[in-house]
Design a protein around this ligand. Structure first.
Ligand code: GCO
Ligand code: MG
Length: 410
């Protein structure tokens, strides 16, 4: 077998595949001289073509001729060598390259990717699903349905009475998708109404479902620090697994205020792109779970550093796993989850049947956990013929305004 020799590891082909099987996904496909193929997810919701262009124009020409086995050097080349560092577009593009190379190297070794990281620390990754409802009763029914399907952890979001659209709630009756229209949907926000509703919701969920199920909630960056502290405190009796994105995290000192008032565990970081975005939060132990995932933070190579740093401060992982991260990212994340010692939980919003058909994969759900497969690499492939039947459809994430028209955080 020569496919692992430096000559045969040479990257001879790299292509960007854009497809929309229900929602848009960008995938990087890298191929070596010996014909080993690796895939990386490059999807940045609502800004997909910006990453596709970054890859096509600035990354792919630099990949051709490189040794696919030099994962670290390639990462450093695209990060340090780019001069314009960080940011979601750049870090998503770097992640796509990085994951594709880990996929290739694991295939060359004939091993599942988790083995390349140091092997399993656990059998399956605890996942949480999404229960969304138009009112408290409907949300509680949805939580019940999740428990019946085997989930041990459920995120609960409920429409706020009087507001036409609330984050996390489907308006179409179909499964919730964050990006619904070509131009951003204008939604309305009211913090006082929300702050009254959420403790009532969780009080009801504990009455209906007891204490065994883990419950989570996402405030989606809508609150000021003092409002976030109030909510975290009001939710204490219901023992949440976490309260997510309670306040925007640009000003990380804001979390000191929340911490002073509450022991509700806090999760942050799905919009972060590097270790520098969460260094203060982690060092000061202002959060309990870091959500920064592989596709938006430079791939396995960088997120591994982040997770190791978090472990020093007893912060655990809780990777973002909405439907706008493709099965390629999910596959890589599950291998990472199988290994990472300071694993907390993994988000899993089920993909549509079309998406699953375009990206065949070997991970499976059982008893509230997702199990990555044993095939070499990350275990996710792409059916390019099928992908071509779903051309790109422009879609952006919504925006939110207060009743008086003021732009707010979505
Ligand atoms: C989550 C997230 C998502 C995001 C979406 C944006 O916790 O799952 O907040 O629902 O809004 O991924 O692209
Ligand atoms: Mg979130």
């Amino acid at each position: 077998m020569t496919e692992g020799s430096p000559r045969d590891r040479e990257i001879v082909n790299a292509r960007v595949i854009v497809t929309c099987p229900g929602r848009n996904f960008v995938t990087l496909r890298i191929e070596t001289r010996a014909g080993i193929v690796g895939l990386g997810d490059a999807t940045l919701n609502g800004r997909e073509l910006a990453v596709a262009a970054y890859l096509q124009e600035h990354i792919v020409p630099n990949l051709i001729g490189r040794d696919a086995g030099r994962i670290e050097d390639t990462w450093q080349f695209f990060y340090r060598g780019a001069y314009w560092r960080r940011g979601p577009v750049t870090m998503t593009a770097i992640a796509a390259v990085d994951v594709a190379l880990w996929d290739i190297v694991a295939k060359l070794a004939g091993m599942p990717l988790y083995q390349m990281l140091g092997g399993r620390s656990r059998e399956g990754a605890l996942v949480y699903g999404h229960a969304n409802g138009r009112d408290i009763a409907e949300t509680s029914d949805e939580v019940r349905r999740h428990i019946e399907r085997g989930f041990r952890a459920v995120r609960a979001q409920c429409a706020v009475p009087g507001l036409e659209k609330t984050y996390g709630i489907s308006s179409s009756g179909k499964a919730y998708e964050p990006a619904e229209s070509a131009l951003p949907l204008e939604t309305q926000w009211s913090t006082p109404q929300y702050l009254r509703l959420v403790p009532e919701l969780f009080e009801r969920l504990r009455v209906d479902h007891g204490n065994d199920v883990e419950l989570l909630h996402d405030a989606h960056h809508r609150l000021t620090p003092i409002e976030a502290a109030r909510l975290a405190r009001d939710l204490e009796p219901y023992r949440l697994f976490w309260l997510e994105d309670a306040t925007p995290a640009e000003n990380q000192r804001a979390f000191e205020l929340i911490r002073r008032h509450s022991v509700t565990p806090l999760a942050v970081g799905e919009v972060f792109n590097s270790i520098w975005d969460c260094k203060h939060l982690i060092e000061q132990q202002l959060i309990d779970f870091i959500r920064t995932t592989i596709v938006h933070a430079g791939g396995i190579t960088h997120v591994r550093r982040l997770a190791d740093f978090a472990a020093l401060h007893q912060v655990r992982t809780g990777f973002h796993g909405a439907t706008d991260l493709s099965p390629v990212c999910m596959g890589a994340a599950l291998h990472f989850d199988a290994w990472v010692p300071n694993f907390g939980i993994q988000e899993w919003m089920l993909h549509s049947q079309e998406t699953d058909a375009v990206f065949p994969h070997d991970y499976v759900f059982r008893d509230g956990r997702l199990f990555c497969g044993e095939s070499p690499g990350h275990g996710v492939t792409i059916d390019e013929k099928l992908a071509a039947k779903f051309p790109y459809v422009p879609k952006q994430l919504p925006v939110a305004r207060l009743a008086d028209g003021t732009m707010w955080d979505w």
